[in-house]
Design a protein. Structure first.
Length: 520
């Protein structure tokens, strides 16, 4: 529900209003309000204006005008052009299947080389150095064929991409020149819930826009599938909309505490729930991009899973167990060479305890390629340490290509029902060539196929469906109904209330604790 590319407003095709604004030039940056850039250079160090002692207010501040006037010259509009291919099929909300795209046929504004339509997008950014480096979001400039920025004094300049990092949704672009006004990331003063914030950016092509609110929450995770490993977002209620992507979030002292990146919305408009990448993360990433054009992270080659209390309980652990389950190990990767196994539990990295897969991934990512990482694991109830020589993390595209977790597309209409044997409210059957063909399952997927789910059972309440494939139950790989029964029987004999199912769905791999049906 919080997919960045659906709701954020960076380089997005089909935004008629934003496209008209950027292409037709009918919307001008309100430079009179933002303050001139000409004659302004160097680091911007905001101070209290008008003789006010600019201390944190007891109630609502008198005005944010002084702060905005001092920091807005560092904020820029970003306009991009990208090549897009119109999909042949589109998913209509409320319909379980895709339909032909009436605009999918050739036509519209084609590029000069005939490689597809040209899409216009708008976003925001801000200078982080006097020599023209600009921080923004990766999704604003990804796949851009042309990038232009508009400064607060109305000047328009061509920009080049310096580097981008999909894992944090951050990017750096650069314009040629010197003495640009710039702002700095604030790492030391950590924001608190309830602190005032000001978001400045380019919503809907309306450059030089400021909105104000408070920090609503800290350390929000799972805002975006792609960035969840490395970003704990600030949640703010200052209105951010399409085009605010990549703009700065300031505190009342004019310090950059975040980079606007995503919103929660069912309509695409602001509903008061926005998310910003914290300065503590953005500073280090943008510095690496400025130096090297890319971000290097440690890599060990394991797939980790955070389990719910029910999930840990199904594996025989306390419900409050802290750690990350190793769900898969890449053959030949550093962790494989060090002896890591599927079903190990990582409980600490380099001596630091980890609560979940996110913390473990971040600590591994902080290591440099070639460094030795100490993974403390629990295996068969015993704690031990694996010394892993870190490799360099592949790109997100390479990792996605190597992940056989499914296409992630819309679910196809269910095929005719197949027969199966009943186990805990499920009907399951071994995978045969006929079933693989019927459910479009590749040869590298192994397990048992769910052919039916009985109503009013724990399995039905989990949302399991015909066509899903159970690949493992607890620590046991399964290829038959007998394997599933044996795993269930072993769990019951151990006094556990459930088993943990590892499931392959058309949208990806999931785990689900299946509680035993007392009615059986």
């Amino acid at each position: 529900m919080m997919k960045r590319k659906e709701f954020m407003l960076g380089a997005v095709a089909g935004l008629a209003f934003a496209a008209a604004a950027t292409a037709g030039g009918v919307i001008d940056w309100p430079s009179a309000e933002a303050g001139p850039v000409a004659g302004v250079s160097g680091r911007l160090a905001p101070s209290a204006g008008g003789g006010l002692a600019f201390a944190p207010p007891q109630g609502a501040p008198l005005s944010f005008a002084d702060i905005f006037a001092q920091v807005a010259p560092a904020v820029v509009q970003i306009e991009v052009k990208t090549r897009v291919q119109r999909p042949n099929m589109i998913q209509v909300p409320g319909m379980p299947f895709a339909i032909p795209n009436p605009n999918g046929a050739p036509g519209g504004e084609e590029g000069e080389d005939g490689e597809g339509a040209t899409a216009l997008g708008a976003g925001s950014g801000f200078f982080i150095s006097a020599d023209g480096f600009i921080a923004t979001n990766n999704h604003v400039v990804a796949d851009a064929t042309e990038i232009r920025v508009k400064l607060a004094d109305g000047r328009e300049m061509e920009a080049r991409l310096v580097g981008r990092d999909e894992a944090t949704d951050l990017a750096v672009i650069k314009v040629e020149g010197a003495d640009f006004p710039f702002v700095s990331f604030e790492e030391q003063a950590q924001p608190r819930v309830g602190d005032w914030v000001i978001a400045v950016g380019n919503p809907f092509g309306l450059g030089g826009t400021a909105t104000a609110g408070i920090v609503s929450a800290l350390a929000r995770q799972n805002v975006d599938d792609q960035t969840s490993q490395y970003v704990d977002f600030l949640q703010i209620d200052a209105a951010i909309n399409r085009g605010n992507s990549g703009g700065p979030t300031f505190d009342i002292y004019g310090r950059v505490i975040g980079v606007n990146s995503a919103i929660y919305s069912q309509t695409g408009g602001s509903v008061g729930i926005g998310f910003a990448i914290p300065a503590s993360i953005a500073k280090g990433v943008t510095e690496q991009l400025m130096r090297n054009g890319r971000v290097e992270r440690g890599y060990v080659g394991v797939g980790l899973r955070t389990l719910s209390p029910d999930g840990w309980e199904a594996l025989g652990q306390p419900r409050d167990f802290k750690g990350a389950l190793i769900e898969n190990v890449t053959e030949g990767a550093p962790a494989d060479r060090a002896g890591a196994r599927i079903d190990d539990y990582i409980v600490a990295v380099n001596g630091k305890p980890v609560a979940d897969s996110t913390e473990a991934s971040r600590l591994v990512g902080q290591a440099r390629p070639g460094e030795t990482i100490r993974l403390e694991i629990i295996r068969d109830g015993r704690r031990q340490t694996l010394n892993v020589r870190a490799g360099a993390r592949p790109s997100e595209q390479e990792l996605a290509a190597a992940d056989g977790s499914g296409s992630g597309g819309a679910a196809a209409p269910p095929p005719p029902a197949a027969t199966g044997e009943a186990v805990e409210g499920l009907s399951v059957a071994p995978l045969s060539p006929t079933l693989r063909s019927r459910y479009d399952l590749p040869d590298n997927v192994n397990g048992v196929l769910i052919t039916n789910v009985a109503r009013s059972t724990p399995a039905a309440r989990l949302g399991l469906q015909a066509g899903f494939v159970i690949t493992r139950v607890n620590t046991r790989n399964v290829t038959s109904a007998a394997d599933v029964r044996a795993a269930v029987a072993a769990a019951k004999q151990a006094g556990r209330p459930s088993v943990l199912l590892f499931i392959r769905t058309p949208q990806g791999n999931v785990v689900a604790p299946l509680k035993f049906d007392d009615g059986e």
